[in-house]
Design a protein. Structure first.
Length: 367
């Protein structure tokens, strides 16, 4: 397979042809729809559905810190399995899930899994009603050993390590309140006892979901997406996979999706995808954007733009600036685009502006 065929397959699997009628039917929602930046999840849904979209008011959805400790919308009916998949398989897994704060967790001198479960129990004890994140952090820090916390210059306070709080909260039966500002936590409705026993089957299902949406992919790419070590993913690697060569490299895909990869629909669509859209969450960035200069324009250290998807490829980037009731789009095309693509892009901009509640919008093009 070449990259164009892989991208065509992914465009279809991600629901970007707008064939689904309901947000609950989107595979990206079943896998978890990240909402780390302003309206990210909303605009990802808008790119995939016709008609008005509301995630905050949809009682079938719940927002929680899940994959990589990032906030994701999930179907409530799926959250129990998602939470089981987050239970560390062992100390190495618990440590790996701390990501940028691994050193802080290791410095406690305690078994990493014990640290996570101790923090989860404290969060569960504190959060019995909706509380701001700051209030939860203050109360939880008082219940934990000093090594579980650090001095934060930005907050001018000592509080629980950020990533520890994020990976422990769902294990403690705590969710986020969608649409709340500042960030607010609340107990999950009908939460049962706290589980500490690893669930390999649930962890495997998360890997399978990634391979279905963003495959063919490698174990290392799946591990990066899950937010754990490659050795952990090796233990939760699905058995029902097909081996595929993509531009000469061995990659893997659920065997049931092989016919869809071999014959994907024509990717003749134009979409404005927000930063952190599931399509650009795939970890093989060089496949998504082969040119290293353009790759740096898509994935920045801070403040990623959205991307323009056109003619079966990532064709540029876009940003917005609000002024009163007007939203101005700046679209930067990597190469000259046909008039029809530019016209379709401007129609997509109108959809984005309406979804964000702006009465007016304008599109400025940059070559």
């Amino acid at each position: 397979m070449d990259r164009r065929q892989v991208l065509a397959y992914r465009i279809a699997e991600h629901g970007l042809h707008r064939s689904a009628r309901d947000v609950a039917d989107l595979a990206v929602v079943r896998a978890g729809l990240q909402d780390s930046m302003r309206d990210t999840a909303l605009l990802a849904a808008v790119a995939r559905l016709d008609g008005p979209v509301s995630l905050v008011d949809d009682e079938r959805l719940v927002l929680a810190w899940t994959l990589r400790g990032a906030p994701h919308f999930h179907l409530r009916s799926d959250l129990a399995e998602v939470t089981r998949a987050l239970i560390p398989l062992d100390d190495a897994d618990a440590l790996a899930r701390m990501l940028w704060q691994r050193k802080e967790l290791a410095a406690t001198g305690l078994a990493a899994a014990d640290v996570v479960f101790t923090a989860a129990a404290a969060i569960r004890k504190v959060v019995t009603k909706p509380m701001t994140k700051g209030a939860v952090s203050t109360a939880v820090t008082k219940l934990l050993p000093p090594a579980f916390a650090r001095w934060c210059r930005g907050c001018n306070a000592t509080h629980i390590h950020e990533q520890l709080m994020r990976i422990a909260a769902p294990l403690g039966g705590v969710r986020l309140v969608a649409g709340a500002a500042p960030a607010t936590l609340a107990p999950l409705e009908g939460r049962g006892r706290m589980r500490t026993k690893p669930d390999v089957a649930s962890a495997t299902s998360v890997v399978s979901s990634y391979l279905r949406l963003n495959g063919p992919a490698s174990p290392g790419e799946a591990a990066e997406f899950v937010g754990t070590a490659r050795s952990v993913v090796d233990r939760t690697w699905p058995s029902d996979l097909a081996e595929v060569r993509v531009d000469g490299k061995v990659r893997y895909l659920p065997a049931s999706r092989l016919p869809a990869l071999e014959n994907p629909p024509e990717p003749d669509i134009v979409r404005l995808l927000p930063p952190l859209d599931p399509f650009i969450q795939a970890r093989d960035k060089a496949l998504l954007v082969p040119d290293p200069v353009r790759r740096k324009e898509v994935w920045k250290m801070l403040g990623n733009p959205g991307v323009l998807l056109a003619e079966g490829d990532i064709a540029g980037t876009w940003r917005t600036k609000a002024s009163g009731a007007k939203l101005t789009f700046t679209v930067t095309a990597f190469d000259p685009l046909p008039p029809a693509v530019r016209e379709a892009t401007e129609a997509e901009a109108a959809r984005v502006a309406a979804a964000r509640g702006f009465e007016k919008h304008d599109v400025a093009w940059v070559s």
